[in-house]
Write a protein that binds this ligand. Structure first.
Ligand code: O2Y
Ligand code: MN
Length: 549
């Protein structure tokens, strides 16, 4: 790859064994519009997915695969998603003509002998994935999932979620279908462990849409470490969960690495990510300084522009003031084992027991800093009604609220109405279900300034959640759920004014009327597939809002 220019060297002393890759400029992110669920019945894909009939898909897209690898090397990648030795791990075999994909899969999955051993142990069962970069023309780009036969076809893109087939395609879209059929859950969730001063660790799963600081929360560095509070990272993106004999949900992170957004990542926002990417890493679409260092917007909180002579993500000399040096969706691919906060229980085959789910979105108004759902059914409704305001990195359009239930809208491999039903059914089987919370780190004041410091200080919110789980933290009932009472969250040393604290937890009747209507419009599209319990919760919310002052 160095010889053919698809890898560019990075300063070996500063970042040992690390490389820069520049993707085709038209191929810089997942492409939801070109991603399909191919099921026999259209309604099984639901209104949340693009759909193609499987036979038609194979005929139409099969033609694009004819001869597509001519003159290229074809690589065969056996890989494992899940923990080695676990009966729940899944073997995938990806065939690809992209060495960049091979190198990334080597970090993101457990590849090679470990997967072949699992294949022998499971009687030869694997999920095939056919991938070619094709001609990289978006008109001939398709990411196809065949959940009924557990098969992936991807052509025309070499980027991230479109091409590293173990990640979004297998571990979320196909796995969510499998979980629906077989009684487990594949969720777009980080997994973290919150350690208290006595050394007890409580595990939480967190679902956040892109650009909400999910990786930062998963790798949180505690400002209260001197008091004994610490966060362990089990995973930053995906959780597979099964019901244990104790009636709790047990979660594993099926991945082996991080494919993190580079811009904004620095020693202050996420020191654990910076340590993780310090060696054995691939940088995609970042800039490169004259010293051969990777550079992105926000890599140094004090340095707004890169050093003179920096080459931007397109390979041109960067001119200050003219756009970004690194692409907003530029990435680092790094081994999870290099993360200083990685949990010693990441590779436990049974996983870790989950006591809380955290749903979150980016909302300038509407949602308070944190609230707790009244019970499981209400919690499923809170997750189903999630929304988040878009940022440039995700879509190019800024500040539009997009409904994104459980942060799974782009990743649920079946009808989301049935997905809500699956959540409700799982709840019936859990004798010890996780408590469910909603957070919003992004609330703003009238001047557009963030009210909450975020990042490491989010641990204070996690501590309140732990108190709620243990029955020691105070809350008051509100229209949307349980909200912390005035002194229930430890805000010591943050210097927040009483007005700021009030605004962080305030509910505005007009905002919630609007939110309620917008949720209703969204739910409508699922028709008969929407469980009655969701309508019941939506109606109950309306009546609580109408009682608000
Ligand atoms: O744009 C891409 O292909 C990457 S998307 C991604 C990567 C890592 C973790 N999460 C996501 C996501 O979009 O949720
Ligand atoms: Mn993700």
């Amino acid at each position: 790859m160095l010889r053919d220019g698809s890898f560019i060297s990075i300063n070996e002393k500063a970042y040992p064994n690390s490389y820069l890759h520049r993707s085709n400029p038209n191929d810089v992110a997942r492409t939801e519009g070109l991603t399909y669920i191919c099921t026999t019945r259209r309604e099984d894909a639901g209104p949340n997915n693009n759909w193609m009939d499987p036979t038609e898909a194979k005929e139409r897209v099969g033609k694009l695969f004819d001869g597509c690898m001519q003159g290229r090397t074809m690589y065969v990648i056996p890989y494992l998603m899940g923990v080695p030795g676990s009966p729940h791990a899944k073997v995938g075999i990806e065939v690809t003509d992209s060495p960049y994909v091979v190198a990334n899969m080597r970090i993101m999955t457990r590849m090679g002998a470990v997967a072949m051993d699992a294949l022998k142990a499971n009687g030869g069962e694997f999920i095939p994935g056919l991938h070619s970069i094709g001609d990289l023309d978006p008109k001939r780009r398709f990411i196809l999932h065949f959940p009924e036969e557990q098969l992936i076809w991807s052509i025309g893109s070499g980027y991230g979620g479109n091409a590293l087939l173990g990640k979004k395609c297998l571990s979320l879209r196909l796995a969510s279908w499998m979980g629906w059929k077989d009684g487990w859950m594949a969720e777009h969730m980080l997994i973290l462990g919150l350690q208290d001063p006595d050394g007890n660790v409580t595990y939480m799963g967190g679902a956040f849409p892109s650009a909400c600081g999910k990786t930062n929360l998963a790798m949180l560095v505690s400002p209260l470490a001197d008091q004994g509070w610490k966060v362990w990272t089990v995973g930053d993106d995906i959780a597979w969960m099964r019901i244990g004999e104790d009636g709790r949900l047990w979660a594993v992170n099926p991945e082996n690495g991080f494919f993190g957004v580079a811009p904004g990542t620095n020693v202050e926002t996420n020191p654990n990510a910076i340590a993780s990417l310090s060696r054995n890493s691939i940088f995609t679409n970042v800039a490169r300084t004259p010293d051969g260092l990777p550079w992105w917007e926000g890599i140094d909180p004090k340095q707004k522009t890169p050093p003179a002579g920096t080459i931007d993500w397109l390979g041109r000399t960067y001119e200050p003031g003219k756009g970004h040096a690194a692409h907003p969706n530029s990435r680092f691919t790094s081994p999870a084992s290099q993360c200083p906060s990685i949990s010693p229980h990441r590779e436990d085959p049974q996983g870790v027991p989950i006591d809380a789910f955290i749903f979150g979105g980016r909302r300038a108004r509407v949602a308070p800093l944190v609230y707790q759902a009244f019970n499981w059914q209400h919690g499923v409704f809170v997750g189903a009604g999630m929304g988040s305001e878009t940022t440039a990195a995700a879509t190019g359009t800024v500040g539009v609220t997009r409904r994104d239930p459980m942060a799974m809208l782009p990743f649920c491999g079946y009808n989301m109405g049935d997905y809500f039903g699956h959540w409700l059914n799982m709840g019936k089987k859990l004798t010890n279900p996780p408590a469910i919370f909603h957070v919003n780190w992004f609330r703003k004041d009238a001047d557009g300034k963030f009210l909450w410091p975020g990042f490491g200080q989010n641990i204070r919110v996690l501590m309140w959640m732990l108190g709620r789980i243990r029955g020691t933290a105070e809350a008051r009932e509100s229209a949307v759920g349980y909200i912390p009472t005035a002194d229930a969250i430890d805000l010591d040393g943050l210097g927040l004014s009483p007005e700021t604290v009030e605004q962080l937890f305030a509910l505005d009747k007009h905002d919630w009327e609007h939110e309620w209507a917008s949720q209703g419009e969204f739910f409508q599209q699922f028709g008969d597939h929407l469980p009655a319990a969701m309508t019941e919760e939506h109606n109950a919310l309306k009546s609580r809002i109408s009682d608000m002052k």
